[in-house]
Design a protein around this ligand. Structure first.
Ligand SMILES: NC(=O)c1ccc[n+]([C@@H]2O[C@H](COP(=O)([O-])OP(=O)(O)OC[C@H]3O[C@@H](n4cnc5c(N)ncnc54)[C@H](O)[C@@H]3O)[C@@H](O)[C@H]2O)c1
Length: 275
């Protein structure tokens, strides 16, 4: 047995697709699921980065490959899932992790294009992937889907309305699909991560630093001190809960929305008047 695989490899042989796993949380999720025995496909817009990530995990003995998809393009999504079924015969698990953040702006100054960019990827893209995988899993009469939402989907933060709405939509999509696929034995759950210092989070934080006149270090400390458990999250914190929702230990759970945030419920500060 290779060294990277854990002894309790409860996902052994499962075909698992993780979208947006070339970096950040998705990469941590792909690594964790592969360590539990899954055959993981990283499906990402960034083809080269996804291939490099898959290669580096495969070098440690894990079963990981990469494929390209643009989740905001329904043809690209349908082609991707058709390719995967051709190659593997089935899809056991889909983790809808790909998403984009919003450039900070109040609703009154939010441009049409920015609203649409965020909704198109983060909400509509998740819908396209749920629909494509749902069709396959319905036929298999088996499968699990885990959607990565956000604490912002439960408790909106100021200045990122499109992102909040997209993630609230992902939560609703999760609960709707859970009802629709329950009769087929397919489970659908969501995870709402709190802050993890990925590229995505760094970009949003840098913009918030500018608007509040704080340094990056001050902002990092401000967020840390707001988290009841007193530290930022790591990709591994999120990955462990995603793995639980993919595996047999959660076989009687569907339509659930689990917050993984060190106890942080949301960021509710109201910004001052703009000058
Ligand atoms: N980092 C956090 O603090 C945090 C908190 C809550 C929720 N989330 C959510 O977790 C998920 C991952 O976030 P992250 O921080 O790792 O972000 P990230 O920006 O580091 O990674 C996102 C990945 O998604 C891919 N992607 C973007 N658009 C895509 C598209 N159209 N098609 C396919 N792939 C696409 C990117 O190439 C990238 O690899 C996102 O859905 C994000 O909203 C993150």
């Amino acid at each position: 047995m290779n060294t990277a695989l854990r002894a309790n490899a409860e996902l052994t042989g499962q075909i698992v697709v993780v979208t947006g796993a070339a970096q950040g949380l998705g990469l941590g999720i792909a690594k964790e699921l592969a360590a539990r025995g899954a055959r993981v496909v990283i499906a990402d817009l960034q083809q080269e980065k996804a291939a490099a990530a898959a290669d580096s995990l495969a070098e440690t003995g894990l079963s990981v490959v990469a494929t390209q998809v643009d989740i905001s393009d329904s043809d690209s999504v349908d082609r991707c899932f058709a390719r995967l079924v051709d190659a593997h015969g089935r899809i056991d698990v889909l983790v809808n992790n790909a998403g984009v953040g919003q450039h900070v702006a109040p609703i009154v100054a939010l441009a049409d294009q920015e609203w649409q960019r965020v909704i198109n990827v983060t909400l509509t893209g998740t819908f396209y992937c749920c629909r494509a995988a749902g069709r396959i899993m319905e036929q298999q009469a088996a499968g699990a889907i885990v959607n990565i939402a956000s604490i912002n989907g439960q408790n909106p933060a100021a200045l990122v309305a499109a992102y909040n709405v997209a993630k609230a939509g992902v939560i609703s999509l999760t609960r709707t699909l859970a009802l629709e696929l329950a009769a087929y034995g397919v489970r659908v759950n969501a995870v709402c991560p709190g802050p993890v210092y990925t590229d995505f989070n760094k970009t949003v934080m840098a913009e918030r630093c500018l608007s509040l006149g704080l340094t990056e270090q001050q902002m990092i400390e401000r967020v840390r001190s707001a988290i009841p458990l007193g530290r930022w999250g790591e990709a591994a914190d999120i990955a462990a809960v995603v793995a639980f929702l993919c595996g047999p230990q959660s076989s009687w759970m569907t339509g659930e929305v689990l917050r993984v945030s060190g106890g942080l419920e949301g960021v509710s500060a109201a910004p001052p008047k703009r000058s």
